[in-house]
Design a protein around this ligand. Structure first.
Ligand code: COA
Length: 135
């Protein structure tokens, strides 16, 4: 997208209310030193408010330092405290090793594999879940 479209998108997500049932919300990941935007975390709250889903992206130059793991942990803490979700799913292509490692570092457990077609290509998704920890 153009820079103008990107700025409009950032402005929109900046104003979006957090955790509306049936909607995704995007949170920015900031570079710890400079506060520059280096990635994002998507959080989806189901229509009935009982379940959630998470997705994440970090720009390549910022990877390999644990920043995404730290940001996802913090975002999930906020999500669990601000909503009543019983568990959050993380769904990733089985070839996406960095994503699988991140989910497992954060404490997600593997539930199942499923065959899907993504952007016209058959692939295997791995579904992970993190239950609410009330302890
Ligand atoms: C998924 C993604 C965010 C993971 O990025 P990442 O940099 O590997 O994750 P982190 O920032 O948590 O860094 C973890 C890495 O830093 C290392 N690390 C260094 N210090 C660390 C610390 N203090 N804490 C945790 N990890 C640390 C870890 O060992 C790990 O490296 P390794 O995989 O070689 O063992 C990134 O690959 C990405 O944006 N991919 C494209 C988008 C995508 O596929 N998203 C998932 C869709 S479901």
């Amino acid at each position: 997208m153009s820079d103008t479209e990107a700025l409009e998108f950032l402005d929109d997500v900046h104003r979006a209310p957090l955790f509306m049932p049936g909607h995704w919300v995007q949170l920015g990941i900031a570079e710890p030193e400079s506060d520059a935007l280096i990635g994002d975390i998507g959080l989806y709250l189901s229509e009935d408010g009982a379940a959630g889903e998470v997705g994440f992206t970090l720009q390549p130059a910022s990877q390999g330092r644990g920043v995404a793991t730290h940001a996802v942990r913090e975002a999930l803490q906020l999500f669990f405290s601000a909503t009543g979700v019983a568990r959050v799913l993380g769904i990733t292509d089985e070839r996406n090793i960095p994503s699988i490692k991140l989910l497992e570092r954060v404490g997600f457990k593997f539930i199942e594999s499923r065959q899907v077609v993504f952007r016209g290509e058959p692939c295997t998704e791995r579904v992970y879940a993190l239950p609410r920890n009330d302890g």
